[in-house]
Write a protein that binds this ligand. Structure first.
Ligand code: ATP
Ligand code: MG
Length: 558
């Protein structure tokens, strides 16, 4: 899909001004800093496109940095998945870092703070620290340990590092102001003790771990980041970001700029909730095609270009809003409408025998891969006397305006002949199991003489068709804002029971025999589909990426 020129936004305007003023030696350096405690979701894609996109457009660089200061929740599986997702989205990092690369620097900077009497070891329990912190209306109280001498603090901090104290028994805190109107500045914790946990990068070599706020600004400074872009919830943390960098002898002072998070209708986006969906088995793993994760969207059949286009349409602002699911679906529909080859697949097969077509004959009919794009070429479609059509395309007692096959009526088989239904065969319990039809041999590529045939339906030739399973995916939640916390309900109460319909006896045309996982197609009249990444070769599984039209718009307008 062709990408439009990028519209500007308030962050780009700040960068333009900085460059015009000659700031940062006229360089632009950004970073994407995920915590490897889950898979990336579409919200992260916004941050990725923003950070990497700015670096690209300003001839700058962007680092990928794992913010790995919380070893008990992190895993190398997530590190690998995140790297792949970023590359798959079409970006490449300049430098790859882990905040844990800086554990020694961070420790040394903490010692510097202690030496300047700007940090102290506190023995208060987590509970008491909370009590002493005060509230938005009331100032906090100083800890009784706040006035420890520099020597005592240096000694205790070193012993914390050496593993002499138990988890939770002591923390290192910045000495700022317990009466600050900004609670983040009320002597925030900068180090805590975590003994014996196995960190995916540093093993068990550290017994103390730095906190996020302390780690983040220093990591940014050490990497020479010029613009540190983060989401709005960190706005109140900016004074702390700046405080640390002002106290310490760091190579530069990056500028933190906040933008609003991406929220999307009919889904949840926090890693905690996505983790719950996985561990409570509401979905089939992080890459379940219903998940808003990059891995899920990829398995669903979304293309990198469609996700980049979505992020561009959403834009970058400081105001919070929830984006309609229809916007995301429209991006992939537009992409696949342009780029996905057309194929035929019969999802609910009904056998059709063409009684006047020779039994042993197989014709190869020329069929275009894309009606609007000749460059996509043609394929051969086998036609024989035994076909499958979709059960929904035949009605014994048709409703009004039914333009498909009816007893005694005619319909065109797409890319093939016009057929007429002569007889209905039923089983003992009255189910229709076969239609006996006849075809008009003068209707290949031309209209029949003397009569009009309105309907066109899809079909496959039975002998050559491939058996397949098809997964019809729909939205995982039935409510646009499942997080909305209505009447004491939570998102679990809004899980859509019909978000996955599995069809197990489908037939797809023989041209789909050597498809690669993730390859996308339009199944004519059914929607856009891709071969599932976990599909096996003996019975392929196709995932519905999106319907041909926005079916939800109709439902919600009713
Ligand atoms: P979550 O709340 O889902 O756990 P997080 O902010 O803790 O997300 P991180 O791994 O820390 O996840 O995020 C990495 C980067 O992606 C951060 O800069 C963060 O601000 C950004 N980010 C996370 N969620 C969104 C979102 N919904 N929209 C835009 N950016 C986001
Ligand atoms: Mg975070």
């Amino acid at each position: 899909m062709t990408e439009k020129t990028i519209p500007t936004n308030f962050i780009r305007q700040i960068i333009d001004k900085d460059l015009a003023a000659g700031k940062n030696n006229k360089k632009v350096v950004t970073r994407f800093p995920p915590e490897p405690n889950g898979y990336l979701h579409i919200g992260h894609a916004k941050s990725i496109c923003l950070n990497f996109g700015i670096a690209q457009d300003y001839n700058g660089t962007c680092n990928l940095r794992f913010d790995d200061t919380n070893p008990s929740k992190e895993d190398i599986e997530f590190v690998d998945a995140i790297k792949w997702d970023v590359q798959w989205l079409g970006f490449d990092w300049n430098e790859l870092h882990y905040a844990s690369d800086y554990f020694q620097n961070l420790y040394d900077f903490a010692v510097d703070l202690i030496k300047e009497d700007k940090a102290y070891v506190d023995d208060l329990s987590a509970h008491d620290i909370r009590e002493y912190r005060g509230t938005l209306k009331e100032p906090g109280k100083n800890s009784p340990y706040r006035e420890r001498t520099v020597e005592e603090n240096l000694d205790l901090f070193e012993r914390m590092k050496n593993g002499e104290f138990e988890d939770g028994s002591k923390v290192l805190r910045a000495k700022i102001d317990m009466a600050s109107p900004n609670i983040n500045l009320r002597d925030p914790t900068i180090y805590r003790i975590r003994k014996g946990v196995d960190h995916h990068q540093t093993g068990t070599s550290w017994s103390v771990y730095p906190m996020y706020d302390y780690t983040h600004c220093i990591s940014d400074a050490l990497e020479g980041i010029t613009h540190s872009l983060c989401t709005l919830e960190f706005e109140d943390h900016r004074p702390l970001y700046d405080w640390f960098l002002d106290q310490l002898d760091v190579p530069c002072h990056p500028q933190q700029i906040e933008f609003s998070r991406l929220n999307l209708e009919y889904t949840v986006m926090s890693k905690r909730k996505l983790t719950e969906l996985v561990t409570q088995k509401h979905v089939d793993g992080w890459d379940d095609p219903r998940m808003p994760t990059i891995a899920g969207l990829r398995r669903r059949g979304f293309t990198p270009a469609s996700l980049r286009e979505f992020i561009q349409r959403v834009g970058v602002t400081k105001s919070d809003n929830i984006v309609e699911m229809g916007v995301l679906e429209d991006c992939i529909r537009t992409d696949l409408n342009e780029n996905a080859p057309r194929r035929m697949a019969v999802l609910r097969p009904l056998k059709v025998t063409i009684t006047n077509y020779p039994e042993d004959k197989v014709e190869q009919l020329d069929s275009s891969n894309h009606p609007q794009n000749e460059a996509m070429g043609k394929r051969k479609l086998p036609f024989s006397n035994t076909l499958y059509i979709d059960q929904n395309d035949f009605a014994e007692e048709p409703p009004k305006k039914f333009k498909r096959l009816i007893p005694g009526g005619e319909v065109r088989l797409r890319n093939a002949y016009v057929i007429r239904c002569d007889e209905i065969i039923k089983d003992a319990s009255g189910n229709i199991i076969e239609l006996k039809c006849s075809f008009d041999e003068n209707t290949l590529g031309k209209n029949p003489e003397g009569r009009k045939v309105k309907g066109v339906i899809h079909w496959v030739s039975a002998a050559q068709a491939i058996q397949a399973n098809v997964c019809l995916y729909d939205r995982l939640f039935s409510d646009p804002n499942p997080d909305g916390n209505k009447e004491g309900k939570d998102y679990h109460d809004f899980i859509n029971p019909e978000s996955l319909i599995k069809l197990e006896a489908c037939y797809v045309e023989s041209n789909l025999d050597s498809v690669k996982p993730g390859e996308t197609f339009q199944f004519e009249r059914e929607g856009y589909f891709c071969l599932d990444a976990h599909s096996s070769s003996d019975k392929p599984v196709f995932n519905r990426t999106v319907t041909l039209r926005d079916t939800w718009a109709k439902i919600t307008k009713k």
